[in-house]
Ligand binder design. Structure first.
Ligand code: FAD
Length: 406
C-alpha cells in the first residue's frame, strides 16, 4: 500500500491525517511533530486559554485516542531534519528514517525575532506554541506592565486578554494603524478605539530601538525611536512569522515567501505537497500567489491534499476567511481584501458594521465587525459563480447583504 508521511502535527497536519481516513485511505499514515502535546488549536492561546477560561484539554483538535483508533501513527517530540528525495524517505533528529510514497509538509511558521539590542533579556517572549502560552500565563500572573511589540492580530488579542487580567498593557506598532496589513482603516480605527477604551496604550508609527534590563538581566524598559521609555516586566514580540521552509529548501524544492506549490498544492517535486502556514499557493481569489496564516487555510488545504492523495485532481479554490476576537468585537474577513481599489461601509463604524471591498467593480471580500451574517453571505457569494452586489448597489441607503438579490 501507499505510505503517507505528514511533517508537522499542527492544524494542517492533524487535519490532513484525519481527512485521509475520512476518505477511506487504507495506506500507512504517519504524523511527525516536534511538539509533545496532542495536536491542538492555536487560536485560544491568545484568547480563552491565556485568560484561564479554557483548559489544555479544550485545545485538542481531536482526542488522543482518535489517532490510534484511525491507524494514524503519531511520532512525537521528534523533528524531521532532512528529506531524502532520491530514497523517498525523511530522516528524523532521533536518527529514525521514515520511507514515504507521498510526503506532506505542514511545518507552519515561527515567530520573527526582534532585531534590537536587549532582545535576549529574560521576560522577552513570543506566543506561538502551547509551551509559549503556558510560560506567558505564568509570567503575566506576576506582571504589572506588559509591552506588546507589534499591533497585528496576535499582539492585539494578547493586549485585550492581558488588560482583562488587570495587567497595564502598551502596544507598539511601527505602522500608522493597527492590523494595517490585514484590514482597512475603518476596522483599524474601531479596534484602536476599543483598546484605548480598555486602557491599553497604543504607540503607533513608533519603532523599538532597544530593550533595557535590570542587573539580573530581566527586561524593564522598552525604548522607542522618539525617545520614549515604556516600563515593562514582560515583553511579547508579535511582529509576524516566517514560514518554515528550510527542510524544503535544503531538499532543493522551490521556495520563496513560503514553500511554492501549484494549484493542486504540489511542490516542485510531485511526490511532495505543502499546506497551511508554510505554503505559498495560487488562488483564484487573488491576483498572484498567496501565503495565508489561518485555521481556514490550514484545514481546507488539509482536506484538499487528502482528496489528491486519494486520487482526485482539481485546483484548490477555497474562499479564504479569518477571524479575530478582541473584547466583545468579533472581526471577520472573507475573501482576499488586500488588493482592492474601492470600499463601501455598511452599518455603524462605531458599532456593528461591514466594509465591502471591490476590485474593478467586483466584490472581492468583506471585513465585518460583529456582523456575522455579512461574513457568511460574502463567503457564499465568493464561492459561487453567481452575481455579486455592485459598488453602486452597496452604496445605496438601506443596503443590506441579507436582503440583496441580483
Ligand atoms: P502550525 O499549527 O504552526 O503547525 C506546524 C507544526 O509543525 C508545529 O507544531 C511545529 O512544531 C511542527 N514542525 C515544524 N517543523 C517541523 C519539523 N521539521 N519536524 C517536525 N515538526 C515540525 N488563525 C485564525 O484563523 N483565527 C485566529 O483567531 C487565530 N489566532 C491565533 C492565535 C495565536 C496565538 C496563533 C499562534 C495563531 C493563531 N491563528 C489564528 C493562526 C492559526 O493558528 C495558524 O494559521 C494555524 O495553526 C496554521 O496551521 P499549520 O498546521 O500550518 O501550522
Amino acid at each position: 500500500g501507499q505510505r503517507v508521511v505528514v511533517v508537522g502535527a499542527g492544524q494542517a497536519g492533524s487535519d490532513a491525517a484525519a481527512a485521509l481516513r475520512e476518505r477511506g485511505f487504507t495506506g500507512e499514515v504517519t504524523l511527525v511533530g516536534e511538539e509533545g502535546a496532542v495536536p491542538y488549536q492555536r487560536p485560544p492561546l491568545s484568547k480563552a486559554y491565556l485568560a484561564g477560561r479554557m483548559d489544555a484539554a479544550g485545545l485538542d483538535l481531536r482526542p488522543e485516542e482518535f489517532y490510534s483508533a484511525h491507524g494514524i501513527e503519531r511520532v512525537r517530540q521528534d523533528r524531521v531534519t532532512r528529506i531524502d528525495r532520491d530514497a523517498g524517505a525523511v530522516v528524523l533528529a532521533s536518527g529514525r528514517t521514515l520511507p514515504y510514497d507521498r510526503l506532506v509538509l505542514a511545518t507552519g511558521a515561527r515567530p520573527r525575532s526582534l532585531p534590537v539590542p536587549g532582545a535576549g533579556l529574560t521576560g522577552v517572549r513570543v506566543l506561538r506554541s502551547l509551551a509559549d502560552a503556558d510560560a506567558l500565563r505564568r509570567a503575566l500572573a506576576g506582571a504589572r506592565h506588559l509591552a506588546v511589540i507589534g499591533g497585528g492580530f496576535i499582539g492585539l488579542e494578547l493586549a485585550a486578554t492581558a488588560s482583562g487580567l488587570g495587567v497595564r498593557t502598551a502596544v507598539v506598532e511601527a505602522g500608522t494603524r493597527v492590523m494595517g496589513r490585514t484590514v482597512g482603516p475603518e476596522v483599524s480605527a474601531r479596534l484602536a478605539a476599543e483598546h484605548e477604551a480598555h486602557g491599553v496604550e497604543l504607540f503607533l508609527g513608533r519603532e523599538v530601538t532597544a530593550l533595557a534590563g535590570d542587573r539580573d538581566g530581566h527586561v524593564r524598559v522598552v525604548e522607542l525611536n522618539d525617545g520614549r521609555r515604556i516600563p515593562a516586566d514582560v515583553v511579547v514580540v508579535g511582529i509576524g512569522v516566517l514560514p518554515e521552509v528550510e527542510l524544503a529548501a535544503d531538499a532543493g524544492l522551490e521556495v520563496g515567501g513560503g514553500i511554492v506549490v501549484d494549484a493542486r498544492l504540489r511542490t516542485s517535486d510531485r511526490a511532495v505537497y505543502a499546506i497551511g502556514d508554510c505554503a505559498r499557493f495560487p488562488s483564484p481569489h487573488a491576483a498572484g500567489r498567496l501565503r495565508l496564516e489561518s485555521v481556514q487555510n490550514a484545514s481546507d488545504q488539509a482536506r484538499h491534499v487528502a482528496a489528491e492523495l486519494c486520487g482526485a485532481s482539481a485546483p484548490y479554490t477555497a474562499v479564504p476567511w479569518f477571524w479575530t476576537d478582541q473584547y466583545d468585537l468579533r472581526v471577520q474577513i472573507a475573501g482576499v481584501v488586500r488588493a482592492h481599489d474601492h470600499r463601501v461601509t455598511v452599518g455603524d463604524p462605531a458599532g456593528r458594521f461591514s466594509v465591502l471591498c471591490f476590485r474593478d467593480g467586483l466584490l472581492v471580500g468583506t471585513e465585518s465587525v460583529n456582523r456575522p451574517a455579512d461574513h457568511m453571505i460574502t463567503r457564499r457569494l465568493l464561492a459561487s459563480d453567481g452575481p455579486r452586489p455592485t459598488p453602486d448597489e452597496a452604496a445605496r441607503p438601506g443596503f443590506d447583504l441579507k436582503t440583496w438579490r441580483a
